[in-house]
Design a protein. Structure first.
Length: 85
């Protein structure tokens, strides 16, 4: 499985769209699923993921690349059925 970081609490988890074992957050909206994909080992280095996880745990907002989110939303729209956001 893919190593990922939880958007909500910054915990390490396996699978971008899986529920977090720490806080139970599950990315369901199309935008959250796109953001979750950006926080995986396929799209960020281990060092970057550790840094982002620390920022999330501190309660800081993560600034995502909006163009990358829009591109991923288009790519995943056909493979997922989350509500539009």
């Amino acid at each position: 499985m893919t190593m990922a970081i939880c958007l909500n609490c910054g915990a390490e988890k396996f699978g971008a769209w899986t529920p977090c074992s720490e806080c139970k957050f599950e990315p369901k909206s199309l935008e959250d699923r796109a953001k979750a994909m950006l926080l995986t080992e396929f799209n960020a280095s281990d060092a970057d993921l550790r840094e982002i996880a620390g920022e999330i745990r501190k309660g800081r907002q993560i600034l995502f690349d909006l163009a990358a989110i829009e591109e991923l939303k288009t790519d995943i729209q056909g493979i997922s059925d989350p509500p539009d956001s």
